[in-house]
Design a protein around this ligand. Structure first.
Ligand code: IPM
Ligand code: MG
Length: 387
């Protein structure tokens, strides 16, 4: 019996040590990288698994087209990284093999296709999700996900905390014995403060008047309570921006309340609630296939599609028909992050036109519709027509 206690207590102590070390690393964090001051911006392109390499190649092609002059002058360099596959990760027994991590760290920003996340019973070893690992390794603490449906008055931007909460120790829960399994949720002062500031800074810079914090602080009192409390502290530094707070259950309901939902602007929330609510939000815009996601840290940033790697499409020979729009949305966010806002706007306008307004080509995921390559060409033709 005492062995059970000792084992569990030792594991718990080791987890706390790891988190204390992480907090120290956070404290020594630098300022955000200033892209304007770099001689060269290195963009890593990482295809991932399943349909990932297919759709990522289209987004890469569009970025090369938009940044042609910058590549020519040496201001921008692309670096293709193709080792982040489930086969390599399983073989290395690591979420990100060491050589791939070293390559990622040579870039400033990364465009990443979806990667397969192993789960119990699927035959892959129980390694951590590559997404989650990359967010932690590169300390990409802000997961920024915009959702817009102009005709419905929806214009939301989610600031999902990306390195803590239920994800911090998601693959390190403790099986105490055959009867008890325990997972952990971690909230730190520094971790909450930096995501709250990111949300408020965004609001202030973009003329938004309200930030909404979403938690379950009435029940998950310690961690969510701390998160909410820190949002309230941070709000005091932003007098022009109001903070309101909602619980996650009623928030999921209010997103489908047509009158209420148009009032939300900037939302800030812990990791797991952010994961869930952003999928719901993306559905109003046409589904997770239409939304991009930015994972931003002080030194690195990674931009990805929200959807999964769809291995079945590859098995059925349909990968060429996979929809590249989510990863192209991620490319919009990347361009904006590295300082090319005009190009980001141009690409966003073309995407909206091709996906929603003109629709000369339609993607169906099979040979009844366009291929991803044809759709990417359509987007580039649309941009050329505008210039
Ligand atoms: C996302 C995804 C990931 C997450 C999965 C693939 C681990 O759902 O980016 O939202 O849960 O964060
Ligand atoms: Mg998700």
């Amino acid at each position: 019996m005492s062995d059970i206690y000792t084992n569990a207590a030792e594991k718990f102590a080791a987890l706390i040590r790891g988190q204390l070390e992480r907090v120290e690393r956070m404290k020594s964090e630098r300022e955000f990288l200033d892209f304007g001051k770099l001689d060269k911006i290195v963009i890593g392109v990482c295809g991932g698994d399943g349909i990932g390499p297919f759709i990522t190649a289209h987004a890469h092609r569009i970025l090369e087209f938009l940044l042609e002059n910058e590549v020519h002058s040496g201001k921008v360099e692309f670096k293709v990284i193709d080792g982040l596959t489930i086969e390599n990760r399983a073989q290395a027994g690591k979420a990100i093999p060491d050589d791939v991590l070293a390559e990622l760290k040579q870039c400033h920003v990364i465009l990443k296709g979806p990667t397969t996340t192993p789960r119990a019973g699927d035959g892959w070893p129980n390694i951590e999700s590559a997404n989650v690992a990359m967010r932690k390794e590169l300390d990409l603490f802000a997961n920024v996900r915009p959702v817009k449906v102009a005709e419905e008055g929806i214009d939301w931007i989610f600031f999902r905390e990306n390195t803590e909460g239920s994800y911090a120790l998601g693959s390190q829960g403790i099986h105490v014995n055959d009867d008890i399994a325990i997972d952990f949720c971690v909230t730190t002062t520094g971790g909450s403060e930096r995501i709250a500031r990111a949300a408020f800074d965004y609001a202030k810079k973009n003329g938004k008047t309200r930030v909404t914090a979403v938690t379950k602080a009435n029940v998950v009192k310690t961690t969510d309570g701390k998160f909410l409390n820190i949002c309230q502290q941070v709000a005091k530094d932003y007098p022009g921006v109001e903070l309101d707070d909602w619980y996650i259950d009623i928030m999921t309901a209010k997103l489908i309340d047509k009158k209420r939902r148009t009032q939300f602007q900037v939302l800030v929330l812990p990791n797991l609630y952010g994961d869930i609510l952003t999928d719901e939000a993306a559905e109003f815009q046409g589904g997770v296939g239409t939304a991009g996601s930015a994972n931003i840290g002080k030194r690195y940033a990674m931009f990805e599609a929200i959807h999964g790697s769809a291995p079945r499409m590859v098995e059925e020979g349909r990968a060429d028909y996979a929809d590249p729009c989510s990863i192209i949305r991620a490319a919009v966010l990347l361009l904006s992050h590295i300082g090319y806002q005009d190009k980001a706007d141009m690409l966003e306008r073309a995407l909206d036109k091709c996906m929603y307004h003109e629709r000369k080509l339609v993607l169906t995921g099979r040979d009844t519709g366009a291929t991803g390559a044809q759709f990417a060409d359509y987007i580039m033709e649309t941009i050329k027509a505008e210039i």
